[in-house]
Design a protein around this ligand. Structure first.
Ligand SMILES: [Zn+2]
Length: 335
């Protein structure tokens, strides 16, 4: 079992990446870096060069801690991925998806006259989707490879730190987006504050992160561990962030769980539990999968589940959460 669950007090000291509090904290689990590197190769076909893995391994194990102040779960010790690490990820045929659920959610809120900034825009997938429909779409990104790819698509993307960018472009944008950026940061607030500085007085800040309460999760998800993800978020952290940024949280949406993914995942999980029963376990596991496949998870029911948001109503969540913040007073309709 690669993910070792243990609890107890912690002697080493490290601050929470979100609220910067030193204590109290609670240890939820620990993960061995050796297992993370191995799982990256087997789950995602990511081959991280040995010297890069060594450089990004600060200790044999990292503890997953729950911050007593803001509730964030974060890894310690942990180092963020560097350019060499992300070059290895980018070379994987399985790592990257060019679309995200929140792209459409934000895109629907934009007006033709808006200037939009995507912080940590990567190769510009969101910008490419919205650029034809808004007045201006701009990105800022620290990876030179990603910036070259974005510029190759004709996108307006700057290479460099968002903090430096914000000093020159204060108050220019109607919408500033950070999609799946915060969970990579060892220190969240400086970047978020820079993003807020880029907003017009009535602008909207959009922040999305993976939802740690999503339903389909593996025992060890190598991309949800350091050096890729340094923290894991729940809705409470978005409320905390509003106070820290001096903004008003006007919307918080969770991506619904995909019924097709649940169809694949829930019967397997039930079967794995049944298989632990002595003697009859294997047969019960097989039988439960067959029954679910022909009843609750019949392929023909999937469109109805999507339409009625059946599993969403039961509280089954998908990958992302998206928050929208404004400065008071809110722009018409709280966009
Ligand atoms: Zn905290």
């Amino acid at each position: 079992m690669p993910f070792n669950v243990s609890a107890g007090p912690l002697s080493s000291s490290s601050a929470c990446p979100l609220c910067e509090a030193e204590c109290p904290r609670r240890r939820i689990a620990s993960v061995a870096y050796r297992d993370v590197w191995e799982a990256l190769a087997t789950q995602w076909e990511v081959r991280v060069p040995e010297e890069v893995a060594r450089r990004l391994t600060p200790a044999p194990e990292s503890s997953l801690l729950a911050c007593g102040a803001c509730g964030l779960h974060y890894f310690s010790p942990a180092l963020p991925g560097d350019g060499d690490y992300y070059a290895a990820l980018a070379a994987s045929p399985r790592y990257y998806s060019p679309t995200k659920w929140e792209f459409d959610r934000v895109s629907d809120q934009l007006a033709p006259g808006d200037a939009v900034l995507d912080v940590g825009c990567g190769a510009g997938d969101f910008l490419a989707a919205v650029a034809p429909h808004v007045r201006r779409a701009v990105g800022v990104e620290t990876s030179a490879t990603a910036v070259a790819a974005a510029r190759g698509r004709g996108l307006d993307v700057e290479l460099g730190s968002p903090e430096v960018f914000a000093r020159r472009r204060e108050g220019e944008f109607d919408a500033v987006c950070l999609f799946h950026v915060a969970e990579h940061l060892p220190d969240v607030l400086p970047l978020l504050r820079a993003a807020v500085r880029c907003l017009r007085p009535r602008g909207t800040l959009y922040v999305s992160v993976p939802n740690r309460r999503r339903i389909c999760r593996g025992a060890l998800e190598s991309l949800d561990c350091p050096p890729h993800h340094l923290s894991r978020w729940a809705p409470r952290q978005f409320a905390w962030l509003a106070g820290a940024l001096g903004m008003r949280l006007v919307r918080l949406a969770c991506e619904p769980a995909d019924p097709a993914m649940l169809r694949d995942w829930l019967p397997r999980r039930l079967a794995a539990r049944l298989e632990k029963i002595p003697w009859a376990g294997a047969a019960l596991g097989w039988l439960s999968t067959r029954i679910l496949d022909r009843t609750v998870f019949h392929r023909r029911l999937l469109p109805a589940y999507r339409k009625t948001r059946f599993f969403d109503r039961l509280g089954f969540r998908g990958m992302s959460m998206l928050a929208a913040y404004v400065r008071a007073p809110a722009r018409g309709g709280g966009r």
